[in-house]
Every structure is written in C-alpha cells, then in structure tokens.
Design a protein around this ligand. Structure first.
Ligand code: HEC
Ligand code: HEC
Ligand code: HEC
Ligand code: HEC
Length: 310
C-alpha cells in the first residue's frame, strides 16, 4: 500500500501471534461489533477501523454517517485488478480437446493470459473489475462435498451471511468468480475429481476421462458416487479488501445516490436519490402544475382588477 509513501508491508496490517496470521474471513469468527478491531476487539480480525476509527473523514462529515452501514472498502475500492488481470471465469466442461497428434491446445487472450488449456478448459480474465455488492456481517460458510445442491441454477459455493435488517451487516464489495464444474448429477453433490497421477490411475490430467477421475477422487475422499456426471455452474464470492487507491478515486455521492448507481441491485431499503415512488412523483408534479395555474389565475385577476381601478 502506497509504495511511494508509507509503503506498508503485508504484516503491517496482517500481524501475527504464534504463526496465527490475523485477518482471515474463514475459520475465524467475525468481530461481534464494529468497534475498533485492534487492539481491544477480536485480535484475529483486522479492519480499516483499527487504525482509522469509524469517523475518519474530516472534510465531509456526511461520509462518517455512512460507515455503520457501508464497509470502508465499498467506497475505497471502486475497481480492483488494477495492474494484473484476475481470473473471473473457469469452464471445465470444455477441457480435454486436443490438436492433431494428441497435443495440448493452449490459447492466450489479449491480456496475455491463458484463455484455453486442454487440461483446464476455458479461462476468463479481467482487469479494472467493478465489484458486486451485498450485505455482509463477516461470516462466510461454504457448500461442502456432502451437501445436496440445487443444480437448476448457479450454486453459490460461498454463503455470505448478513442482511439489511442485521445491524452487524454492512454493504461490502465482492469479487464473484464464476465456474462450471463436474458434479454428481445422480446424488446432486459436488465431487472431488482426481487430477494428478500416473497414466491409468484415473488422473484427469493424464487419462482425460471424467468418469474415471471422479470415481477415483470420490473413493479417495471416502465419498459416494452415483456414476452419473454433469457440469454445474458455480459462483464463489470473495470480499475485496485490498487495492485502495488515493482518496480522490473513492466513490462519490452520485455513484450510489442515483437510479442506475452501484447499489441498484440491493433492494428493499431506501436510498435518497435512487428510490422514488411514481405515484408520489406524479402527485408532486401535478401539485406544481396546479400551483402554476393558480398563480397565473391569481396574477391575471390582479392585473385585470388593477386595470379596472385606473
Ligand atoms: C492496509 C492494510 C492491509 C495490508 C497492507 C494488506 N492487507 Fe490483506 N487484508 C486486509 C483486510 C482489512 C482484510 C480483510 C480481513 C477481514 O475482514 O478479516 C484482508 C484480507 C486478506 C486476505 C484474505 C484472507 C481470507 O481469508 O480470504 C489475504 C489472503 C490477504 N489479506 C493477504 C495480504 C497480502 C499477501 C498482503 C501484502 C501483499 C496484504 N494482505 C496486505 C488489510 C490489509
Ligand atoms: C460513502 C463512501 C465512503 C465510506 C463508506 C468511507 N469513505 Fe473514506 N472517503 C470517502 C471519500 C469520498 C473520501 C475523499 C474525500 C474526503 O476526505 O472528504 C474519503 C477519504 C478518506 C480518508 C482520507 C481522509 C482525509 O481527510 O484525508 C481516509 C483515511 C478514509 N476515507 C478512510 C475510511 C475508512 C477507514 C472508512 C470505514 C470506516 C471509510 N473511509 C469509509 C468515501 C467513503
Ligand atoms: C495499520 C494501520 C492501517 C490500516 C489497517 C489501514 N490504514 Fe489506511 N492509512 C493508514 C495510515 C497511517 C495512512 C496515512 C495517514 C492518513 O492519511 O491517515 C492511511 C491512509 C489511508 C487513506 C488516505 C490515502 C490518501 O490518498 O491520502 C485511505 C483512503 C485509507 N488509508 C483507507 C484505508 C482502508 C479502506 C483500509 C482498510 C482496508 C485501511 N486504510 C487500513 C493506516 C492504516
Ligand atoms: C457506497 C454508496 C454510497 C455513497 C458513495 C454515498 N452514499 Fe449516502 N447513502 C447510501 C446508502 C446505502 C444510504 C442508506 C443508508 C441507511 O439506510 O442507513 C445512504 C444514505 C444517505 C443519506 C440519508 C441518511 C443520512 O445519513 O442522512 C444522505 C443524506 C446521504 N446518504 C448523503 C450522501 C452524500 C452527501 C454522499 C457523498 C458525500 C453520499 N451519501 C455517498 C449509500 C451511499
């Protein structure tokens, strides 16, 4: 952070005690309050507020009124993957195609990143990505290989906890990674395919046979396999906490307080400037029109009556 100035190293924020590195979303409980996370709060959690407090803005105090409901990163990370591309999609269903002579196909995109590989399928990369937003109280759980999934729509691999009615939740920016992966269509579960290993062992990256790969992988993991395979769409959400640009690049009022603003998909609560009632608006404009007519009438009458007096 700020390579020409303070030049923070990772451990400036991610301090550690006995090799436990602080600042993880997973396996650690979230802070129970939005107070300073360091030093008196849950020490396993780091937060912007730990150094900056909940009221860091001096010039515009209205911004401080937002920090209870909007995570610092929402305004301070307007886009991510500024320098290096980030992987945003991965379609395993197209893996296993070969050139003549059983040679791997490898393609690159305009960013210079691998966009197709025989071993992996299609890969999608992006730069300057706009995050997607949701309410988040700091707790993330995962879909596990034993869970039954609903394969009729994209499976959320990460379950982001929190909602607008939960006072611990704040609107938080996320990277959404979208995948298409092999699953057990009979049992409706995710699977553990075997990827690495010698030829004939079922390893996908040698034998290129999903049936064998999943049978071997599920067996090794001690899981059931119905024998019926399919590809299911998946989504993996990850909170965005890095890549904070200089303060001038933060979101401005109109980015959210407008009809097509960044929070247009988060519904069910009121944001001034974004939400409006058509009936109320029509009533308002009708009142204006009525007022205009009345003012005109009144003025006209006064002119007429004043003329009569002369
Ligand atoms: C300015 C402070 C700051 C600096 C510097 C920083 N981070 Fe972070 N990092 C955070 C915050 C805040 C979070 C979100 C943690 C949370 O909410 O528990 C985070 C989260 C993470 C996570 C996510 C952990 C998870 O479970 O998903 C990783 C990984 C990470 N940081 C690695 C790094 C690395 C590597 C560096 C150095 C290149 C670095 N960070 C520098 C503040 C910082
Ligand atoms: C609603 C959007 C928004 C939220 C939420 C927000 N900020 Fe800001 N922040 C801004 C904008 C815009 C600026 C630049 C203008 C200014 O300082 O008045 C800024 C400036 C800053 C500055 C520089 C202050 C200065 O006076 O130079 C710091 C530090 C900062 N924010 C930290 C935070 C932290 C920490 C949080 C979470 C507790 C946070 N911000 C939440 C929008 C926001
Ligand atoms: C380890 C302490 C520490 C943590 C954690 C930390 N910051 Fe800072 N930050 C600083 C210091 C020190 C400065 C420079 C002095 C200042 O402007 O307050 C700074 C500066 C800033 C600025 C002003 C940059 C500018 O253009 O002048 C912003 C914005 C900011 N931080 C946002 C954040 C956000 C968002 C987080 C959480 C992801 C965060 N900080 C986490 C210590 C920290
Ligand atoms: C990241 C999106 C975002 C940005 C940027 C943002 N707001 Fe808001 N603002 C919200 C949301 C969401 C609410 C509703 C919060 C709630 O229900 O508590 C809100 C509420 C408000 C309110 C009504 C509640 C109150 O605190 O009085 C005002 C006024 C307001 N914002 C003004 C501003 C101004 C001025 C700016 C720019 C300096 C700004 N906002 C920037 C998202 C944003």
């Amino acid at each position: 952070m700020d390579s020409k100035g303070l030049n923070f190293s990772c451990v400036k924020c991610h301090t550690s005690t006995e090799h436990e590195i602080e600042g993880r979303f997973y396996s650690m409980p979230a802070t129970t309050t939005h107070e300073l996370a360091m030093p008196k709060d849950n020490p396993s959690r780091i937060a912007c507020e730990s150094c900056h407090s909940m009221r860091p803005h001096k010039t515009d105090p209205k911004l401080n009124d937002h920090t209870a409901r909007i995570a610092c990163e929402t305004c301070h990370v307007p886009i991510f993957a500024l320098k290096k591309p980030t992987l945003v999609t991965w379609d395993w269903s197209t893996a296993g195609k070969f050139k003549e002579g059983h040679k791997y196909i490898v393609k690159k995109d305009e960013l210079g990143m691998v966009s197709y590989h025989t071993k992996k399928g299609d890969l999608g990369w992006a730069k300057n990505v706009t995050p997607e937003y949701d309410w988040f109280n700091g707790v993330i759980t995962h879909v596990e290989v034993t869970d039954t999934i609903d394969d009729s729509r994209p499976v959320r691999m990460t379950v982001i906890h929190g909602d607008q009615n939960d006072p611990q939740s704040r609107i938080t920016p996320f990277k959404i990674f979208r995948g298409k992966q092999i699953y057990d269509a009979g049992n409706k579960t995710l699977v553990v395919p075997k990827l690495f290993g010698p030829k004939g062992s079922g390893a996908y990256w040698n034998d290129f046979d999903w049936q064998e790969s999943v049978a071997a992988g599920q067996k090794a993991a001690g899981q059931q396999f119905s024998g019926e395979l399919g590809f299911v769409e998946t989504e993996y959400l990850r909170p965005v906490a890095h890549m904070i640009p200089p303060k001038e690049k933060s979101l401005s009022c109109e980015d959210c307080h407008s009809r097509n603003g960044r929070l247009k998909n988060l519904t069910g609560f009121y944001i001034p400037g974004r939400d409006y009632s058509a009936i109320l608006d029509r009533f308002g404009w009708l009142s204006c029109l009525a007022l205009l007519v009345l003012v005109g009438l009144h003025g006209g009458l006064r002119i007429m009556t004043s003329k009569r007096r002369n």
